[in-house]
Design a protein around this ligand. Structure first.
Ligand code: ZN
Ligand code: FE
Length: 255
């Protein structure tokens, strides 16, 4: 049986995710923004939480970790490099380290940029990646700690995953991201139709997360900084990929 993945809206615009195996009965939570909705979702499915995986140390991803751990007895898993500023970890992960969950591989990816200790969880068999605030739907996280080089490297690693991978990111920012993306590539037809679909989904109260990596590659301006068409739209034909990425990130910061 494939793993079942459920999106749990939390706080104003955060997403947490539950990954459940009906074969082993195990359930993992990705990020812990708010206890109420997550515990409700667990009891609605009658799932017992086994693990909490943390993508990065920001409060809106870890604040409810202790409360959820107390309520469920789940073990907490996060980046070894950030153990000093994450909730107490039962398992410390390093990038490249192979981790197993419910008979599946979990590949830990280092994705610094938004924060320096940020990790992503890739489940190749389930064709899913949990990216937190690194790669987001039509966007990427702000560079709060890392450099453009770091974030460009992180996005490039994520962009190299199989294109049929589903991207589970941490926030519902897609509508604003779409408006911004259209300032970079106003004539991109895939982006135009995604922007329309995003408006419709939000008007109906539906989430726009997760999304397919294939769609991100076709529409997300931060993944497209290396394209000659994007460079020339910015008048940066001769600039490096990372410089073009940095310019797009700068523009988004003041959008
Ligand atoms: Zn964050
Ligand atoms: Fe966040």
């Amino acid at each position: 049986m494939p793993l079942e993945i459920v999106t749990v809206p939390c706080l104003a615009d955060n997403y947490a995710f539950l990954v459940h195996s009906s074969t082993t009965g195990e359930t993992a939570l990705i990020d812990a923004p708010e206890a109420g909705p997550i515990l409700d979702e667990l009891s609605r499915h009658d799932w017992h939480l086994s693990e909490i995986w943390l993508t990065h140390h920001h409060w809106d991803h870890v604040d409810a970790c202790g409360e959820i751990q107390d309520a469920t007895g789940a073990k907490v898993v996060g980046a070894a490099a950030d153990a000093h500023r994450l909730p107490p970890l039962n398992t410390r992960l390093r990038a490249g380290q192979n981790y197993r969950f419910a008979n599946e591989d979990v590949v830990v990816l280092d994705v610094p940029g938004h924060t320096v200790g940020h990790i992503a969880f890739h489940l190749p068999q389930s064709k899913a990646v949990f990216t937190g605030d690194s790669l987001m739907a039509l966007g990427c996280g702000r560079l709060m700690e890392g450099s453009p080089e770091q974030m460009w490297g992180s996005l490039s690693r994520l962009a190299a995953l199989p294109t049929e991978t589903t991207v589970y990111s941490g926030h519902e920012y897609t509508k604003t991201n779409a408006r911004f993306a259209l300032t970079i590539e106003p004539d991109n037809p895939d982006l135009q139709s995604r922007a329309r679909q995003t408006e419709a989904a939000r008007a109906a109260g539906n989430p726009t997360v997760p999304s397919l990596l294939k769609l991100e590659l076709a529409t997300n301006p931060f993944l497209r900084a290396k394209l000659p068409s994007v460079k020339s739209a910015l008048g940066m034909e001769d600039s490096s990929d990372v410089d073009v990425f940095a310019e797009i990130r700068r523009r988004k910061d003041s959008f």
